[in-house]
Each structure stands twice: as structure tokens, then as C-alpha cells.
Design a protein around this ligand. Structure first.
Ligand SMILES: [Zn+2]
Length: 271
């Protein structure tokens, strides 16, 4: 599943190509994504110039002047820039034909992605309005996390994966950040001290930033290539390493279920 680093890497790659181009036409091959692709999109977008491509949580926000095209990659989506004459394949559901002779194509085999339109401020869209801060922005800090978790008996892992508290911390990055911060995933969020909140914020930011930096090279070919971009394969500290020795202390990594997701931790290094 594309996590925040993949979405941000996609955004950076696409923004460099798309900004300033006009949209000549819109092709909807299969409107049945997570929500139906609006039928009026071709009429709304023809002739518009793409002003910017930004990101909020895992949503890509394409400012088209009269409104914003909101894109989400869901479980299996990917966006590519291709020559306009590139034949579509089975799972290519949506594309923008651009003024430089290229096209931007959405491929999404599992169809949990989204293509939506919002006129006016994109941040007021119902999907975006109640989201918590961005993990890499300054308003996500120790004081914020400390206050957001007071009185909470839910686990710290479930808290940092809650989009109302902070966006974009998926299961892999929650596991990794907690390991690096030395915090047990089952710890009640309300018990985390301010210094430990500071440590966790630092490790969430570092984990995501490293993945984005790595993604820049991993996905360097995704503009102009017809292949599927590979999602990042990283050398994880704990994620997916149940029963293997901790890289720090050699204890065996434990695996538990929390909120239907797998958690991995070292009982010795994480308290
Ligand atoms: Zn350990």
C-alpha cells in the first residue's frame, strides 16, 4: 500500500512535470473507484492550467484554478507520466491528456483509490477538514503530542496511526518509529511523558524523512516509464521481523495484533 513517503515521492516527481501544463482532455475508463469519479470532470477540467500539485495526508491536491482535483492512491494505485499514444492496460482507469503531448495515468488494480473534485478551498473538503497535523510540519511537536494524548487509555501505536492526531503514519512507520524511540507499542498513550513524546515525534519525522529521501532514488524512473513503480523496500528495524533477533540487543522481536494490524517490538529495548 502506498504510504506517505511513496505519495510524497510521487508528488515531487509529478509536480515537476505537471506544473504549468494545460489539460487538453480527460479520459474516464472506469469510474468505479472507492467513490465514483465525477462525470462532469472532462467539462470542468478541459482548458484548465495545472497551477500546483500539493499533498495533504495521503491526498494529492492538484490546483486547477477553478477548483482542486483530489487524488488518492488507495491500496494499489500509481500515477505515471507517459507519451499520449501509450496504449492503456487493464487497470488504467483515469487519465489527463496534457498540453505537452504527455498524459498522466492512474493505474489501480484494486480500485480503492479516489479521483474527486472540489471547488473552493480543498482543505474544507469533508475528507480533509478534520485531519490532524502533518508529521513533517512544525505544528506536530512534543507539546502537541503530549496534549493530544492526555487522558487517553488507547495504545500509543493506535494513537499515532489515528489521522485525527497526526496524518500519514501508517503501520510500517508507526512500528519503526516506536522501536527507534524505545517505546512499547501497547503503552497507554496517556502515560507517555513529555520527553518521551519529544523523542517519538523526532523518530516519526526521521523515519518518514529517510523513507522520502530513499524514495527519490528508488522511484527516479517513474516519469516516462510504463512499468509499475515499486513500493519502497527498506531494511526495517522491527517491521516484519517477528521471531528474529533485535538489531540492538539480540532479543527476539515479538509480534502482536493491535487494532487488526501487526505490531513488532523488542521487549528489551522498548518500555
Ligand atoms: Zn532489543
Amino acid at each position: 500500500m502506498p504510504e506517505l513517503p511513496e505519495v510524497e515521492t510521487t508528488r515531487r516527481g509529478l509536480a515537476a512535470h505537471l506544473t504549468g501544463l494545460a489539460i487538453n482532455d480527460v479520459v474516464i475508463r472506469n469510474a468505479s473507484l472507492r467513490w465514483p469519479i465525477p462525470k462532469q470532470l472532462p467539462r470542468l477540467l478541459r482548458g484548465c492550467t495545472i497551477r500546483s500539485l500539493k499533498r495533504r495526508a495521503k491526498y494529492l491536491l492538484m490546483d486547477c484554478g477553478s477548483g482542486t482535483l483530489i487524488l488518492h492512491l488507495g491500496m494499489s494505485g500509481s500515477l505515471r507520466i507517459l507519451p499520449a499514444n501509450t496504449a492503456p492496460e487493464k487497470h488504467d482507469h483515469f487519465e489527463l491528456l496534457l498540453s505537452d503531448g504527455s498524459l498522466m495515468r492512474l493505474r489501480d488494480p484494486r480500485r480503492f483509490g479516489a479521483v474527486l473534485w472540489h471547488s473552493g478551498d480543498a482543505h474544507s473538503h469533508p475528507l480533509l477538514a478534520s485531519l490532524g497535523p502533518e508529521p513533517l510540519e512544525a505544528d506536530f511537536d512534543a507539546r502537541y503530542l503530549y496534549q493530544a494524548t492526555r487522558g487517553r487509555s488507547v495504545s500509543i501505536k493506535q494513537c499515532i496511526m489515528d489521522n485525527h492526531i497526526v496524518v500519514g503514519v501508517g503501520n510500517i512507520y508507526a512500528n519503526e518509529a516506536l522501536y527507534r524511540a524505545g517505546i512499547k507499542p501497547r503503552l497507554a498513550a496517556g502515560k507517555l511523558s513529555l520527553p518521551r513524546c519529544a523523542r517519538l515525534v523526532e523518530e516519526i519525522r526521521a523515519t518518514l524523512a529517510e523513507a522520502i529521501a530513499q524514495g527519490g532514488s528508488t522511484l527516479r524512473d517513474f516519469v516516462g516509464s510504463s512499468g509499475q513503480p515499486g513500493y519502497f523496500q527498506q531494511n526495517y528495524g522491527v517491521y516484519g521481523r517477528g521471531g528474529e533477533p533485535c538489531r540492538r540487543c539480540g532479543s527476539l522481536i515479538k509480534q502482536i495484533r493491535q487494532g487488526q494490524r501487526s505490531s513488532f517490538y523488542c521487549g528489551n529495548c522498548q518500555k
